[in-house]
Design a protein around this ligand. Structure first.
Ligand SMILES: NC(=O)c1ccc[n+]([C@@H]2O[C@H](COP(=O)([O-])OP(=O)(O)OC[C@H]3O[C@@H](n4cnc5c(N)ncnc54)[C@H](OP(=O)(O)O)[C@@H]3O)[C@@H](O)[C@H]2O)c1
Length: 266
């Protein structure tokens, strides 16, 4: 029987690729992001191409009560969510004191709090039903401290730790929790965060968003807890386990460096 997947951050990048994969398997999709115009076009495209049922909720998940409102609207619209993909997120490639406070606060609200609340609400429904799958998008950033992107790296470390904990708590109820850790990937993320100008984006081969979503999809369907995409990412996560954290923080500082991230005066 067709299942229903809820994907946050589905208006572009990795989230949109997830939506295409699920739709191509015949699953219905619920798309969430802020850009209503894009969501309207994507819904039409998915329904016409894959003959599935798509709906969208245009929401800014950093706003107070947004996650609860989304949950309530989906329930009152009579939808049952079988799969939850917490993918919406953003970064900011600037030294901690150079970025404005509102950006730091919004990042934690989206990357951490909204993800946590959606796991709480939809996770509870899945737990009580005795089945479901959750995938949270973290990053290779989860494995190290990240100078010049400190809040983003810390938010992804939260997502990794939180997902691994939930995976253990939920597994006896038939609910799997997968944490996907991509490395630098082609999407709007590089522009939106300025990370596109960093050494990481200059020196590393960028993954395709579609391939990253495929890796995540396979891991989610097989109930794996951790999923990395690409040999570079596997090598980096391995290295962060064997080198002292102070060394990996220095390496990450170099990788996150851009001409603009910290060099102008405060
Ligand atoms: N690209 C990379 O190099 C990379 C590497 C590792 C991890 N990741 C992670 O992968 C995930 C997806 O990123 P991406 O690379 O696909 O970037 P992206 O192309 O910038 O996509 C981000 C998505 O999140 C949505 N979004 C942003 N702010 C939102 C808000 N306040 N409320 C609701 N939705 C919001 C955006 O839609 P709207 O603008 O329409 O709201 C968009 O659909 C993120 O969690 C990111 O941290 C990315």
């Amino acid at each position: 029987m067709n299942k229903t997947v809820l994907i946050t951050g589905a208006s572009g990048g990795i989230g949109l690729e997830f939506a295409k994969i699920f739709a191509s398997k015949g699953d219905n999709v619920i798309l969430v992001a802020r850009s209503e115009d894009k969501l309207i076009r994507i819904r039409k495209y998915l329904e016409e191409k894959y003959h599935i049922f798509a709906r969208f909720y245009a929401k800014d998940l950093t706003l107070p009560n947004a996650a609860k409102e989304l949950f309530d609207e989906i329930v009152s619209d009579g939808c049952k969510v079988d799969y939850l993909i917490n993918n919406a997120g953003f970064g900011d490639n600037r030294a901690f004191l150079h970025a404005d406070w509102e950006t730091h606060e919004k990042m934690v609200k989206l990357n951490v709090l909204a993800l946590m609340e959606l796991c709480y609400l939809f996770g509870r429904a899945m737990y009580n039903r005795g089945g479901g799958k959750i995938l949270n998008v973290a990053s290779v950033a989860a494995f190290s401290a990240g100078p010049y992107m400190s809040v983003y790296f810390a938010s992804k470390a939260f997502v990794l730790s939180f997902s691994e904990a939930l995976a253990e708590e939920f597994k006896n109820r038939g609910v799997s929790v997968t944490c996907l850790c991509p490395g630098p990937t082609e999407s709007n993320f590089g522009n939106a965060s300025d990370y596109g100008k960093s050494n990481a984006f200059r020196f590393m081969k960028l993954a395709k968003a579609e391939e990253v979503a495929r890796t995540g999809y396979k891991a989610m369907m097989s109930g794996k807890t951790l999923s990395y995409h690409g040999i570079n990412v596997k090598a980096m996560t391995f290295l962060t386990r064997i080198v002292p954290r102070s060394v990996s923080a220095k390496f990450t500082k170099f990788m996150n460096d851009t001409d603009a991230s910290h060099k102008h005066k405060l």
